[in-house]
Design a protein around this ligand. Structure first.
Ligand SMILES: [Cu+2]
Length: 278
């Protein structure tokens, strides 16, 4: 009797393990596809990731139409032993010798599907180095961690001015080499340091991967664009926002060069007019 009882117990226990094991497997099966493709889920804007076959490339150069503005040196008034190692200049308009405009955020403003946002990269960093934000304009996808580094080893303070994301105002003492922040809403956010009033930069939070920043010569490249006609939006911190239409052929190239006039009045001119006058 006792033997029978323990046999029944053993059988019950065995079937319990089997059903548990089975249950776990089912759970794994349903979880796996979600864990595999977080970036293919709809972004807040409704952007959908898909496989891009035979995509095209948009290249361009953003230029400054006026005289190359003289560099304006900024006075280092604090932590001179660290911050004063390099000269600091105003970065509101950074123009190369061939009139390329650096630090312009270029994006396709009306793209609804294309490559996965993970194409933007795996890690995103903003450094405070020589009491300057490096890079001056940082791209980060929505919901991804932005690593904020303090290479200077002195007190800085990350202070953001945002509309859609909660503002950040956090001290980063010299011993705190790293901190991370995430942004849930696409927007271009000004960032400053209250300790060093000349420090300024921008964080561009992207809801899809068709966002780039012009290099120091004003050049940019946007790759793997599904064939079609798009609105290209250009943003420069003092010259404002402009748009242009571009048609990307399958597997081909499209040019989306743009010129910014030096005055704000002229900056309102249609980008297409400027493009056609080139
Ligand atoms: Cu600082």
């Amino acid at each position: 009797m006792r033997k029978l009882f323990s046999l029944i117990l053993a059988l019950m226990f065995a079937s319990f393990i089997v059903s548990c094991g089975g249950g776990e497997e089912t759970a794994e099966e349903t979880e796996e596809p979600m864990a595999e493709k977080p970036s293919e889920m709809a972004a807040p804007s409704g952007y959908m990731a898909m496989d891009v076959t035979n995509g095209g490339t948009i290249t361009g150069k953003v230029t400054f139409a006026g005289q190359i503005p003289p560099k304006v040196k900024l006075e280092v008034t604090k932590d001179v032993n660290v911050c004063g190692k390099v000269d600091h200049y105003k970065k509101d308009v950074v123009v190369s010798q061939d009139k390329g405009l650096a630090n312009v955020v270029v994006k396709l403003s009306n793209i609804s599907e294309g490559k996965a946002i993970s194409a933007m990269g795996e890690s995103f960093e903003l450094d405070q180095n020589g009491c300057t934000f490096v890079p001056h304009v940082t791209l980060v996808p929505v919901g991804e961690s932005l690593t904020i580094l303090n290479s200077d080893g002195i007190l800085h303070n990350i202070h953001t001015y945002s509309d859609k994301n909660p503002p950040i105002n956090k001290a980063q003492p010299g011993f705190k080499k790293k901190m991370t922040e995430t942004f849930e809403k696409p927007e271009i956010i000004r960032v400053a340091c209250d300790v060093h009033n000349w420090m300024g930069g921008y964080i561009a939070v992207a809801d899809h991967p068709y966002h780039v920043v012009t290099d120091k010569s004003g050049n940019f490249t946007i790759t793997d664009v599904p064939a079609g006609t798009y609105t290209v939006e250009y943003w420069q911190e003092t010259l404002g926002t402009k748009t242009a239409e571009v048609t990307v052929p399958a597997g081909g190239e499209a040019d989306a060069s743009l010129e910014y006039a030096p005055s704000s009045a002229q900056a309102d001119m249609g980008a297409q007019e400027l493009a056609s006058s080139n």
